[in-house]
Design a protein around this ligand. Structure first.
Ligand code: ZN
Length: 305
């Protein structure tokens, strides 16, 4: 599996790729994370390696459009098979969450247009966390649309290090935990849920659909790195507690696998109830991530998980 060179510095793979690699050592293929510890959540067994593989898929999956679709209310899917992008439409323009890799921006643009929206109507760009597979395209989207890029303060240094083609990473508004982003009557709330990155952000909003109001959670990756520092341990302990308290009827994620996107999308065609309204599965990804975090911590501490 050949990895594009742009993968090597600023993606979810960063921890595994950079460790042991000299500055000028360019690896065509990132070293996968270890196949231990293993945890079983709701009957399914996971290892760090299997979770990353599930999240990223193949390079082709990362850059091939997944059929754009309405999720619920004014929220639409415009991402690739494994890297999510969400379009939130309002009468005053749209919000784009996660631009993914810069090379995917034309893919996202095409999906936006297929849904009947204008790419140039994007007014605000948000992200889930400062890794290249989610936010490398911010500068290009801003260049094409003039949108304002807003980011959690704790992720700003990592975002500033993401400079595709040398372009500075735009940051027009710095957010803090609990801040609101409002456009055309839609309000998103930024929740600081760090660990995967310092400023990893879980977004929540309310959506109207079929005369009812639902709580939507745009979950961010809570995937622990191989080596846990005391700071990262503190961050994750806080984040798992926060995520458990967030209201949620519709759970989304920065990778489609975090909310079973492909299976839910397939069920859309059957014409039954909206498969994305699924409060029972809202916390599954956090359960998997927390079980893995505790197992890695136990392994690192020399105890048996
Ligand atoms: Zn990541």
């Amino acid at each position: 599996m050949k990895m594009p060179l742009t993968l090597n510095r600023s993606t979810c793979l960063v921890a595994t790729v950079v460790v042991g690699a000299g500055l000028h050592t360019v690896r065509a293929q990132g070293q996968p994370p270890p196949d231990h510890p293993a945890v079983t959540v709701r009957g399914q067994t996971y290892t760090p390696r299997s979770i990353l593989a599930r999240n990223m898929g193949t390079p082709e999956d990362q850059s091939t459009a997944f059929p754009p679709h309405k999720i619920i209310g004014n929220i639409y899917y415009v991402g690739t098979r494994t890297l999510t992008s969400f379009l939130v439409t309002t009468p005053q323009g749209a919000i784009l969450i996660n631009t993914t890799y810069e090379r995917n921006v034309p893919v996202i643009q095409k999906s936006v247009e297929q849904l009947g929206f204008k790419f140039s109507d994007i007014k605000i760009v948000l992200g889930n966390h400062a890794h290249g597979d989610h936010q490398e395209g911010d500068a290009l989207v801003k260049q094409l649309t003039g949108a304002q890029v807003m980011a959690m303060a704790e992720d700003v240094p990592a975002l500033q290090a993401i400079k595709p083609g040398g372009k500075a990473h735009p940051i027009d508004r710095i957010l803090h935990d609990g801040d609101q982003v409002t456009l055309g009557g839609t309000t998103l709330v930024a929740h600081l849920t760090p660990g995967h990155t310092r400023g990893a952000t879980t977004w929540t909003m309310k959506v109207e659909d079929g005369g009812k109001t639902y709580d939507v959670m745009f979950g961010c990756s809570l995937r622990a790195p191989e080596r846990l520092t005391p700071q990262i341990v503190d961050e994750f302990n806080r984040s798992f507690a926060v995520v458990r308290t967030l209201p949620c009827d519709v759970q989304l994620g920065d990778h489609g696998a975090q909310y079973n996107m492909q299976a839910k999308y397939a069920r859309l065609a059957s014409g039954g109830p909206n498969p994305f309204i699924d409060p029972g599965s809202c916390k599954v990804e956090a359960e998997i991530s927390e079980a893995m975090f505790r197992a890695i911590l136990a392994e690192q501490s020399g105890r048996q998980p």
